[in-house]
Design a protein around this ligand. Structure first.
Ligand code: PA5
Length: 465
């Protein structure tokens, strides 16, 4: 049987479609092909090493995760993930894509697992109100932090641990699963001290590339998602992206065209799914793209200030807010549409306005037709206005195609980073913020940072109104 396969269409990135001088010419594409081929070569040579352990995640053994998920499903009514950034965005995106969109509101017999919450902020109101909708005595908390030191996650952990200990005494540890590095960081120390179940994030897998590690797989399996199919989809995409030829490797073609768009002054990357199920893929992508490519220095030490600002949009909703800007504003954006051939539901638009032709034309069609027509119409409007756009289409949204999509974007990001000559896998800008927080809250070892903050210029009162 033919496998369901993602399709990438970059026609509307090309000047043949959007107008000479606005898009990519055949000559430009030919000229960039050797650089792209080198990126594909680098990827192949380095895969599985350094910080590229994520490339091997599709091939891992998940029996331990599945066994733990089974136990959690049998015992707990709520599953709460405590994490931030790469330790949260993937699980949110996958849950939205692959489970019922009103999952937590479904009656127990229709829900495919415990109610699921991802707490990825330290807003005190949100944290407090979580305890109005869950019962900690019936909850499994999955604390996820690769570094084992992120202030937000560790604060949440301390709050939850205290609450569980007060309520459950010695049994508190049974309610916590720690997902972290095997050796490094403080969470693993606490897990050993308290006797928590632990899952390991491989040292060679960075936060934003970790969705297909235990970071994302445990939550998905607990909520009844077929994680073997997710990995099978990722492995399939890995195969499809094996070559050096732009016209035979979709992630390479996507990387080359986005790279040329950047060189052509497109500083903004808009991700616009036409499916609510894919809404949070944009958040996941925003971190992957923004944090991986937004770099001050190239590997040779020169200052490049590379990157593209990711923007999240949702079709059709944001047609009524952002598309005006995309069509007529500055020529600084490239839009990626995510489309779906077959939605999992079908809704007809019924009759009811026969005497009003301007409404009646909708009758007899379906929401499925309407959303697709609007996606086509928006791409057409952008193309007519000489705006670069491309489309990735999923035949349908399921674990296999979502696995493909994750792997596709990760490989594309690695290729573009390589073409830009930067370190795709570090995040010094994020660390800078984390270090300043540590200093402000008095973490030992951060005296120098504290002094630096104290010496920073004081705000001018005139500018505070
Ligand atoms: O991609 C990254 O490395 C970061 O954005 C992290 O995911 C984020 O800072 C959370 O880090 P940690 O998992 O160590 O708590």
């Amino acid at each position: 049987m033919k496998k369901e396969t993602l399709r990438l269409d970059v026609n509307n990135m090309m000047d043949a479609m959007i107008g000479a001088g606005y898009g990519i010419s055949a000559d430009q594409l030919n000229a960039v092909a050797p650089l792209a081929a080198q990126a594909a070569e680098d990827f192949r040579r380095n895969r599985g090493t350094g910080m590229m352990g994520w490339s091997e995640l599709p091939y891992q053994d998940v029996s331990e995760i599945l066994e733990l998920a089974k136990q959690i499903r049998a015992r707990f009514r709520y599953f709460v993930l405590l994490g931030i950034g790469g330790s949260a965005l993937g699980p949110i995106a996958i849950q939205q894509a692959l489970n019922h969109m009103r999952y937590n509101e479904l009656p127990d017999e229709k829900r495919n697992g415990p109610k699921f919450y991802v707490e990825d902020n330290v807003d005190p109101e949100r944290m407090k109100q979580l305890f109005d909708v869950i019962d900690p005595a019936q909850t499994c908390f999955n604390v996820i932090t690769k570094s084992g030191s992120t202030s937000e996650t560790m604060s949440q952990y301390l709050i939850v641990n205290k609450l569980l200990t007060e309520r459950l005494g010695d049994r508190a540890a049974e309610h916590i699963v720690a997902t972290t590095d095997r050796e490094k960081g403080n969470l693993i120390r606490l897990a050993r001290r308290e006797g928590y179940r632990t899952l390991v994030i491989p040292a060679s897998v960075g936060g934003r590339f970790s969705e297909l590690s235990p970071v994302g797989l445990l939550a998905a399996a607990v909520c009844g998602i077929d994680i073997r199919q997710l990995l099978a989809g990722a492995a399939y995409m890995d195969e499809l992206c094996a070559g050096n030829d732009l016209f035979a490797n979709p992630a390479l073609m996507a990387a080359a065209t986005q790279y040329l768009a950047m060189k052509n002054g497109k500083t903004i990357s808009v991700m616009m799914p036409y499916a609510d199920s894919l809404k949070y893929m944009s958040d996941w992508y925003a971190q992957l793209w923004g944090e991986s490519l937004g770099k001050r220095y190239a590997l040779d030490g020169s200052v490049v200030n590379a990157g593209q600002t990711p923007v999240k949009a949702l079709g059709v909703t944001d047609q009524h807010s952002q598309v005006q800007l995309y069509t007529e504003g500055p020529f600084d954006k490239v839009v990626t549409f995510l489309g779906v051939d077959e939605y999992r539901e079908h809704v007809d638009i019924p009759d009811g306005a026969a005497e009003i032709p301007a409404v009646n034309f909708l009758c007899g069609h379906s929401l499925n037709e309407l959303i697709k027509a609007e996606q086509f119409a928006t791409a057409y409007a952008l193309t007519s206005a000489h705006r670069m756009n491309c489309t990735i289409t999923l035949p349908s949204v399921n674990a296999f195609t979502i696995g493909q999509l994750l792997q596709f974007f990760e490989i594309q990001t690695a290729y573009v980073g390589s073409m830009l000559g930067i370190n795709t896998f570090d995040q010094p800008g994020v660390e800078a913020g984390k270090n300043a927080t540590y200093a402000l809250l008095g973490r030992p070892g951060y005296d120098e940072k504290r002094a630096e903050l104290a010496a920073a210029p004081k705000p001018d009162e005139r500018f505070i109104l």
